[in-house]
Design a binder for this molecule. Structure first.
Ligand SMILES: [Zn+2]
Ligand SMILES: [Zn+2]
Length: 140
């Protein structure tokens, strides 16, 4: 699967299958996405490669540790490595063509009142307790 930002400066490829997506409904993701949530998946570092534009990425870090990486040209959120792990966060709106269901909803306790979660995926009030297992759960 390939993905790119709105201006095509930043592009990347996911080299292995992905089995699920998650939506995070926390307030930070509401602001970052400008919408109800971020829809994303998490892939292993070995299964992710930049194609173009890696040096056109800027980032911002909140004191709490929340980090936003984005294209300097068009402002799109772009993938980033999760803290010190070997996993990459992939904002799925950038990916061109795929057929993968949302399997998990995070931070449902802080979702917007106008955010109607309409599928039957697993729901958590916040983050799952075992974060490492969560990161590893989207691929075989
Ligand atoms: Zn861009
Ligand atoms: Zn969030």
């Amino acid at each position: 699967m390939k993905g790119s930002c709105n201006c095509n400066t930043v592009s990347f490829e996911i080299l292995n299958e992905v089995e699920g997506l998650y939506q995070c409904h926390c307030k930070l993701c509401q602001k970052q996405s400008g919408s109800t949530s971020n829809t994303a998946t998490i892939v292993k570092g070995d299964d992710f490669t930049w194609l173009t534009g890696e040096n056109s990425i800027s980032h911002w870090r909140k004191d709490s540790g929340f980090t936003s990486h984005f294209c300097k040209q068009c402002g799109c959120p772009v993938p980033n490595r999760l803290r010190s792990t070997n996993f990459y966060w992939i904002p799925m709106g950038l990916v061109d063509d795929f057929d993968i269901n949302v399997t998990t909803h995070l931070f449902c306790a802080s979702k917007a009142s106008w955010d109607l979660i309409s599928d039957t995926a697993s729901r958590f009030d916040g983050m799952p307790a075992d974060i490492d297992a969560f990161f590893a759960s989207f691929q075989k």
